[in-house]
Design a protein around this ligand. Structure first.
Ligand SMILES: Cc1cc2nc3c(=O)[nH]c(=O)nc-3n(C[C@H](O)[C@H](O)[C@H](O)COP(=O)(O)OP(=O)(O)OC[C@H]3O[C@@H](n4cnc5c(N)ncnc54)[C@H](O)[C@@H]3O)c2cc1C
Ligand code: SF4
Ligand code: SF4
Length: 357
């Protein structure tokens, strides 16, 4: 049996914001692209985020996904297959020959694209790896009690709770909420030394949403410092400091107390304090994509010193976009997707020029 043939100038692996932005950018330059998404639906991590607007837009970036999906759905140069995985790849001619296999289908979501129904072979002149990064699994930081201590949640779990309306005056109404920053980032004991760039921002936005839903609640932000990547927090911090309690300390542990989780921390030069909360949120960071090594091997892409994918020094025609290349916000990943698209478009144009003289 022969495979279906799906040739395209540019193959994009990953249908999160970076992959979608790359495809939209290419289409606007008149270059066709095929997105291959492993999951049954497009969107990547952003599809899990809810709107964080309180009185005004919180500039979380989440609604950029809807805009990109709508654009991708209407641009005829873009083809999208979901539930599909690249299982083999080899350089061929000027580009890459990639073998694709359908993945077991979950619930097919709304949005553009159709599931890959059979094995296929795809030839492309350029490949963009936009497979995203992995959120740190908080179970890997056992002393913070995730999965063991009732009332301890990861930030992704809190996202889901907010999206489902699980917090509010008529739902779960914690009186005291703690955010613990840098979980799985800037941590020598885990060998994860990088700053994940996005978690100060998302935690402050979620803290503000909780204060909006539950004005009587007290929100504490345990942090080393507040990172300002891509956003002028300086302007907003005075107001945020009125809404939340900022504690500059990295807690030692979270344990089960009588009334809920207890956080042990020490302020500089002082004795350790044990304080009880109703809800403790672990602000998990972003790490290299799962399977970075396998993908790197498939397409000859290298990894940087932290394990993120890099196109530097790799084979011609392979580019990396978005959080796969390092922690990035949604807006930064969209810009990065556009950059990879411009590089891929230049390659397609120069190959075409070479062919046609
Ligand atoms: C807890 C948390 C909260 C965050 N909150 C915010 C926020 O409020 N604002 C903000 O700006 N940023 C936030 N971020 C960062 C944001 O998630 C990233 O900037 C963004 O998701 C990066 O987009 P991406 O397209 O590079 O990757 P992703 O969104 O991860 O998309 C990658 C896509 O590739 C697919 N894929 C993976 N492997 C393969 C493969 N081998 N083949 C095909 N497809 C594959 C995945 O299924 C996924 O759809 C947060 C991150 C975390 C962890
Ligand atoms: S950027 Fe975020 S907060 Fe602002 S409207 Fe969009 S989803 Fe809501
Ligand atoms: S963005 Fe903030 S919480 Fe995240 S790793 Fe950097 S300093 Fe820590």
């Amino acid at each position: 049996m022969t495979n279906a043939q799906l040739d395209t100038p540019v193959l994009i692996l990953g249908g999160g914001v970076a992959g979608l932005a790359a495809a939209v950018d290419l289409a606007r330059r008149g270059v066709a692209a095929t997105i291959i998404e492993r999951e049954p639906r497009l969107g990547g991590r952003a599809s899990q985020f809810c709107c964080k607007a309180t009185e005004a837009c919180a500039r979380c970036g989440a609604c950029r996904l809807g805009e990109l999906m709508a654009q991708a759905a209407h641009l005829p140069q873009i083809t999208i297959y979901t539930a599909a995985l690249a299982v083999a790849a080899q350089p061929r001619g000027d580009g890459w020959q990639v073998e694709l296999a359908p993945q077991p289908n979950g619930e097919i979501g709304p949005g553009p694209g159709r599931p890959l129904s059979e094995r296929a072979t795809l030839n492309a002149q350029a490949v963009i790896l936009a497979v995203g990064g992995e959120a740190f699994n908080p179970a890997g930081k056992t002393r913070f009690g995730h999965g063991r201590v009732e009332g301890v949640f990861s930030a992704l779990e809190l996202e889901a709770m907010l999206a489902q309306g699980a917090l509010g005056p008529k739902a779960m109404a914690p009186a005291k909420v703690a955010f613990i920053q840098c979980v799985g980032s800037r941590d020598a004991s885990l060998g994860r030394l990088w700053c994940s760039r996005v978690c100060c921002g998302y935690a402050l936005r979620m803290g503000r949403v909780i204060r909006g839903l539950l004005p009587e609640s007290e929100v504490t932000f345990f942090h080393m410092d507040v990172q300002d990547y891509g956003r002028a927090w300086e302007e907003e911090l005075p107001e945020l400091r009125k809404q939340m309690r900022f504690v500059r300390a990295m807690p030692g542990e979270v344990t089960a107390g009588d009334g809920g989780p207890e956080v042990t921390y020490a302020l500089a030069g002082e004795q350790a304090i044990k304080e009880g909360f109703d809800l403790v949120v672990l602000s998990v960071g972003l790490g290299p994509p799962n399977g970075a090594s396998a993908l790197g091997e498939l397409f000859g892409a290298a990894k940087d010193s932290d394990g993120f994918l890099t196109a530097d020094g790799g084979p011609a025609g392979v580019f990396v976009a978005g959080a796969a290349a390092g922690p990035r916000s949604l807006n930064e990943s969209i810009v990065h997707g556009g950059l990879a698209a411009s590089q891929a478009a230049s390659r397609v144009a120069s190959l075409s020029e070479a062919r046609h003289g």
